[in-house]
Write a protein that binds this ligand. Sequence first.
Ligand code: FES
Length: 411
Amino acid sequence: MKIKGFLKDVGGASRVTKMRKALIENASPVPHPQDPIRELADALHPGKQKFVVTQVREASPTARTFRFEPFEENGVRSHIPPFQSGQYVNFYLTIGTSTVTRAYSISSAPSSVRGEKPFFEITIRRNVSYFVPDYFFKEVKEGSVLTAALPFSQFYYEPLRDAENVVALAGGSGITPFVSMAKEIAAGGLDCDLTILYGSVKHTDIVCGDELAEIAKTCPRVRVVHVMSDDPEWQGEKGFITTDLIRKYSCGIPAASGEQPEDMVDTTYMFCGPWAMYRVVRASMEELGVGPRRFRHDVMQQPSNVKQIPGFPEDQIGKRYQITVVRGVQEDVIGAAADEPVAVALERSAIPVDTHCRGGECGYCRSQLLNGDIFVSPLGDGRRAMDKEMGWFHACSAYPMSDLTIKIPIL
Ligand code: FES
């Protein structure tokens, strides 16, 4: 009986193979202009496109929100692919003589691409002077056209995986993915309850505060709790986002007394913020018994201060080296500081390098070490074992420890 069925399968498979062969042999070498599968793939993964800035508004005394809409050029209009709250857009910028890529979380709701005037927004904070935020604040205005690709990242709410109750733990500009999430919940596009614990130094540092307050006022599924670390005038929660505070505002965690609140529910914790805050929050998760399945964090960029990177050789701080960069048949020699990632040295020298996460995880900046020594940050080393063996490294999380020769892809 089994053999009969098996022979039937083999016969059927060989007929399909013949049919496939005939179809392939008779197929036109020119792709069909109306290929619905290709159209769908292009719609979901369009690659780099141009978008025009249609609005710039204040999101705090030190933050601005930039709205982008599709841009039409030579009769072809770009389009905004569907995205999820928590995903980011990668910008490809030419600033002076440097070519840089930078990722920003989308702060608008995914439903904003379904309206008559589809758009997406990012919100950038510039509390101190930094290269790319400076560029956005000084140069990017209504009518500016920028090149970008979206969406990227796995940092989003997924109902099949995550609990219906979500506690977001945010610091500084790490609020932006949760602003998008709150807007989408209010628009009815996301079916979960969201409590945001948002840490700032002073109330004037709160990013998107008015928008969040408006959502929390009208949407009972969204609650926002601000926590100020150094603001004597603040009447609400003060200090840092501690274990006790998380416990206080989390109905998914037993109360400090050991009693379980009546409304105890399963909870997913999502974190986006600076490294220093991540360490504290991570310790709280362990203290509260929250396992990795229920704690998720956004991609973490390498800290700008190398002293925060465990194991970084401090005697290298201030040293400078030369990097010979091989791209195809071209070779360039550039200067590099030991306390800056190789990707930054390349960008400073106007050598394009594709970066996304800038935390060592995604692999977009994968390069090959041909000669010399590097320090790879243990905070983000997403390389496979074979890549390490073959001398591949991620330029965003590797630091030169001697003169180097490296090979990078041509962009
Ligand atoms: S940009 Fe993601 S690994 Fe370097």
